[in-house]
Design a protein around this ligand. Sequence first.
Ligand SMILES: *Cc1c(COP(=O)(O)O)cnc(C)c1O
Ligand code: SF4
Length: 354
Amino acid sequence: MADLLRPAWMLKPAMIPRKPLSVQLVSTSPAQSPLWAQALRDAVRRPQELLHLLALDKLTLPLNLDPDFPLRVPRAYVARMRKGDIHDPLLRQVLPLAAENLRVPGFERDPLDELNSQRQPGLLHKYPGRVLLVTTGACAIHCRYCFRRHYPYDTARPADFADKLELLRADSSLHEVIFSGGDPLTLSDERLGDWINALATIPHLRRIRLHSRVPVVLPTRITVACLKVLTSTRLQTLLVIHANHANEIDAEVQHALRTLSAAGILLYNQSVLLRGVNDSVTALADLSEVLISAQVAPYYLHLLDRVAGAAHFEVPETEATQLLQQLRAQVSGYLVPQLVREVVGLPYKQPICV
Ligand SMILES: *Cc1c(COP(=O)(O)O)cnc(C)c1O
Ligand code: SF4
């Protein structure tokens, strides 16, 4: 029982479950709050504390103290930041700068018009064959460039499980359910298991896909119990992690990723091209290298979605194209992600040809 709550990478390889599994879901009582849940609660939430931990508290920085989307960053992620470096690419992803308050034309609250793609609150159907479930509004980390930073989770959260299932059961054109959020891996194993088990009873569904930043920012979440929930199903499981910089993937994250892969889960990575974070060929090449060494295939590199508050992260398309050309000229083909942008109304992410 205790082992189930431990990060999977701490266990001997023989104890790591592999597909197919017939193990019953073991539930965790609330009294046994797993380590990862404690770490989630213990995340850094005050900018002053973050700057202090990084020996940057002597600097006077113009910060955004916006209470709607406040600072949140797990301590394990802070530990990967370079001390004394205000330009650290991980710090830049989480530090709320005053620049977020600038009003920039073209940057909107719902840049992808998501609220008009909902079949039900919290169920987005934009592309054929797959549907996206907003399983929770919670995230382990608050990324300043997030295109859902203004999303009305309170009203759009899938409150009614049964309604969602009914809709999915009635639409046989659907083959894949995407767990999104928020971050689906902030859900308890029980809640994840409830979703997965219910979806597995719908005959036309073949796959589930989780989009999550948790394996990167809180790798202790990948426990043996979590692996069991993700793999004890007839549905194929894919996991798209969201990493933007090689420094995000330390040894512990690599272990967690290799464990997920060894359990039979296909792993991909999606990044956003961000000014000051990964806007160089070296940063992109290093990221792809570290991903592949952890069994993760580069998938998409997104141009920034133009969400209000994130304009200072934007890299123009011409520069993005040049970066990708240079990357392609340096590395193996499978290390080059597809450069894409999201265009409202298109039935796919629009490739930007390089
Ligand atoms: C991005 C997205 C998907 C997944 O698109 P893929 O190209 O299959 O990765 C599905 N649904 C919605 C609403 C999306 O925004
Ligand atoms: S983890 Fe994903 S959904 Fe959550 S704030 Fe970051 S980018 Fe947004």
